[in-house]
Design a protein around this ligand. Structure first.
Ligand SMILES: [Zn+2]
Ligand SMILES: [Zn+2]
Length: 343
């Protein structure tokens, strides 16, 4: 064990009621097959709302990038290797994992930052198989783009392609960080010519979406259909919901062309549809998209290299860990892109 690694360190404790207080936690030692990372960046995510509001004994943070500082027996990643952490601690052996569906592991060991200590602490202990090395040329903050932004965003585009080979237009419901990630990955994977409409009520986010090549629809002023019309469209080939709102999903589904699908990425509320006019006659569908597969990371790394400055626009704020309280308040205020804690 490297003697520079302390036995204890101060980590942000999510105590509930939108309060974060620093607490001391033991720094764990890596066991067989495990790596200890020193975390240098962790991005904030909308899915941390319940942790911020209600509190948790776990150290949150599931979009971490850092450097391996200690490696357990049986591992092959040397100390000093930079990389990112895949949220789901998949087993690698079950029927899903064997086929590459590592986001659908049947014997998942945990979810980093949700039921296992995550990336807002100085150190994070992980199984080696969820570590993905990233070349040193990328900063830790940039490396986090590979996770929820490119990973979750790109996977939803793969789900779209599975449902429909000819995508000329895409409607994204919600222009928060995940919605912006879906937009960026649609432009990268499907091509610049694809029309991408984005809905939101926050002008800041719609402006950022427009900067990334999206066609904004302000749903506080317009219906989705009226918004599409303002961009000379009657319908969208596919839709991706990142809002988690029932009203957005239903209105978005109604704005689909024939053969269109609504891909649900945002957790939250439900959806109510009529089977004959909404589903059977137009052959439309509703499909889930959960995080992404570990094996999508290499392609995303190539795209990050190719589209580095374009993707970096999604990161709008960076703070030190001592400003984590302020950064969460700002993030949930809605007027940010991706916010990153650096340490
Ligand atoms: Zn997330
Ligand atoms: Zn598995």
């Amino acid at each position: 064990m490297n003697k520079c690694i302390p036995t204890e360190c101060r980590v942000p404790g999510f105590v509930g009621n939108k309060q974060i207080e620093f607490v001391d936690k033991k720094v764990p030692l890596p066991g067989p097959g495990e790596l200890l990372l020193q975390v240098h960046a962790n991005a904030l995510c909308g899915s941390e709302k319940p942790q911020f509001w209600e509190g948790t004994p776990v150290t949150p943070g599931h979009e971490a990038a850092g450097i391996v500082v200690a490696a357990g027996s049986g591992t092959h990643t040397p100390a000093g290797t930079p990389g990112v952490v895949f949220l789901m601690d998949f087993c690698g052996e079950c029927r899903s994992c064997r086929l590459g569906f590592t986001n659908q592991c049947l014997q998942k060991r945990g979810d980093m930052g949700f039921n296992r200590d995550g990336g807002y602490g100085q150190y994070e202990l992980i199984h080696e198989n969820i570590f993905f090395p990233v070349p040193e040329e990328f900063s830790a903050s940039e490396a986090t783009l590979l996770l929820d932004i490119m990973g979750t965003g790109g996977h939803s585009i793969e789900r779209c392609r599975l449902m429909r080979p000819d995508i000329e237009s895409l409607l994204i419901l919600g222009a928060g960080p995940i919605g912006l990630g879906v937009l960026a990955m649609a432009k990268i994977i499907l091509g610049k010519q694809v029309k991408v409409f984005l809905t939101d009520m926050v002008p800041y986010r719609l402006k950022l979406a427009e900067q990334l090549g999206g066609l904004p629809i302000n749903v506080s002023k317009n219906t989705i259909l009226a918004g599409l019309k303002s961009h000379n469209a009657d319908a969208a080939d596919m839709a991706v919901d990142t809002s988690g709102k029932q009203i957005a999903r239903e209105e978005g589904h109604r704005a689909l062309a024939q053969r269109g699908s609504l891909i649900c990425v945002g957790h939250g509320e439900g959806i109510s549809l009529k089977i004959s006019p909404d589903i059977i006659a137009p052959e439309r569908s509703v499909v889930g998209s959960e995080y992404f597969r570990y094996d999508e990371l290499p392609a995303n790394l190539r795209w990050l290299k190719q589209h580095r400055s374009y993707l970096n626009q999604i990161i709008t704020h960076r703070f030190g860990v001592d400003e984590i309280q302020k950064s969460f308040e700002l993030f949930f205020g809605g007027e940010t892109g991706k916010v990153i804690i650096e340490q």
